[in-house]
Ligand binder design. Structure first.
Ligand SMILES: [Zn+2]
Length: 125
């Protein structure tokens, strides 16, 4: 979703995932204006209206009218990273008698956080 600031014409790119169902404020990366928006299912249903205070969520990327990028701390949000508890940890592997990898360890329910099998196991979204 694109939020073009009416004050400075900066194009603020609002990523679909965090702004999918969103109600709150975001900040223009060009001029720092606060905008109030509400989205449902990735579509804007209210706003953008001028807001006050601090931004709830920053745009993922922004660019000026001349297509030069704007990014940095306090202006745009950093890209999402892998789960903290899964980074830099070895996956337990099982090998057969010939030394070939046959599987990782059996997954537990808590290993499936956010995955499709988790929805099947838990039965909810
Ligand atoms: Zn602006």
């Amino acid at each position: 979703m694109l939020l073009t600031c009416s004050k400075c014409n900066t194009k603020n790119f609002l990523d679909p995932y965090p702004f999918w169902n969103f109600k709150g404020t975001t900040k223009c990366a060009g001029c720092g204006a606060i905008w109030q928006i509400e989205t449902v299912g990735g579509a804007c249903v209210s706003g953008p209206k001028e807001g006050t205070g601090t931004a709830d969520l920053l745009p993922g990327f922004a660019e000026k009218q001349d297509y030069s990028p704007i990014s940095g701390p306090g202006l745009t949000r950093s890209a999402p990273r892998a789960r903290k508890d899964a980074v830099c940890k070895p996956i337990a592997m099982e090998r057969n008698v010939r030394g070939k990898i046959i599987s990782g360890h059996p997954l537990k329910k808590e290993d499936l956080v956010g995955s499709k099998p988790k929805f099947i196991v838990a039965g909810t979204r």
